[in-house]
Design a protein around this ligand. Structure first.
Ligand code: KIV
Length: 274
């Protein structure tokens, strides 16, 4: 089994860290078999699987359920659970309790907390409660209204300096890694060079590793074409074709055939008919 200190060793050996999202058992198994280091149970679940406009409606209950599902598919990879909106905002004890529930009830080794100037203290308290935290800076989706949309962060020198300073503070507080989302690549590079802990990017250019939402690389939703996500498959089309073929086979009588069901033995059939 891999533990989170494995990520630091990878950075020290200059080996790239691989990470993807999963929300269910079978996907987690696939990621593990493919040798992905971190499986993030992201609150992107709300947008990707439930069709919400943003991640804000996602609840602790939903996150615990899907993190448990992911846990059943994983023996070796590192599972990190995303703290959903309002699960850590109200006060420190709520934050520690909710973060702790992931460690208590699932195989998550740590939690990810979307970080901003106002919650650094709180992140420190969760870490002091002995719960490993992955920071998340830049285009943090739970702050979509404050940020005014999904725009790249750190494009001005002032924004860049703020991000660099926050990344340093997260390291000092004890975060074991930081996700940089939608950050100008020069800033990402500076942060990755300056910090000891691994920096994992999404739409932020090269650093110590990369993460994507799995559904984006699989092409599950034809309406989603993101600059940062390379498509490795067109699963929408493949799935649709399989369903169309299934429907055709039913209508034409090709499915089910004799291989798909059992029959009674002759004696029992005679008894039934007499
Ligand atoms: O929720 C999520 O999937 C995430 C990743 C995009 C980093 O936060």
């Amino acid at each position: 089994m891999k533990y989170i200190n494995y990520l630091l060793k990878k950075k020290q050996k200059k080996e790239q860290i691989t990470a993807l999202t999963a929300y269910d058992h079978i996907t987690a198994r696939i990621l593990e078999e493919a040798g992905i280091d971190i499986i993030l149970v992201g609150d992107s679940y709300g947008m990707v699987k439930l069709g919400f406009d943003n991640t804000l409606p996602v609840t602790m209950e939903q996150m615990l359920t899907i993190t448990k599902a992911v846990s059943t598919g994983v023996k070796d990879s590192i599972i990190i659970a995303d703290m959903p909106f309002l699960s850590f905002h109200t006060n420190t004890s709520d934050a520690i309790k909710n973060a702790g529930l992931f460690l208590k009830e699932t195989k998550a080794q740590g939690v990810k907390i979307e970080s901003h100037k106002g919650n650094l203290d709180l992140i420190g308290r969760v870490i002091k409660a002995d719960i490993p935290v992955m920071g998340h800076l830049g285009l943090v989706p739970q702050s979509i209204y404050r940020l005014g949309g999904y725009k790249t962060q750190g494009k001005t020198a002032e924004e860049a300096l703020t991000l660099i300073s926050m990344a340093r503070q997260l390291e000092d507080l004890g975060c074991f890694a930081i996700i940089l989302e939608g950050v100008a690549s020069e800033v990402t590079q500076k942060i990755a060079e300056a910090l000891r802990i691994p920096i994992i990017g999404i739409g932020s250019g090269p650093c110590d590793g990369q993460i994507l939402v799995l559904d984006d690389l699989l092409g599950c939703n034809p309406d989603i074409n993101l600059k940062h996500a390379k498509k490795y498959a067109n699963l929408f089309q493949i799935t649709k074709q399989a369903v169309v073929n299934y429907k055709k086979d039913i209508v034409s009588g090709k499915f089910p055939d004799k291989t798909h069901y059992d029959r009674m033995n002759k004696d029992e059939l005679n008894k039934l008919q007499s």
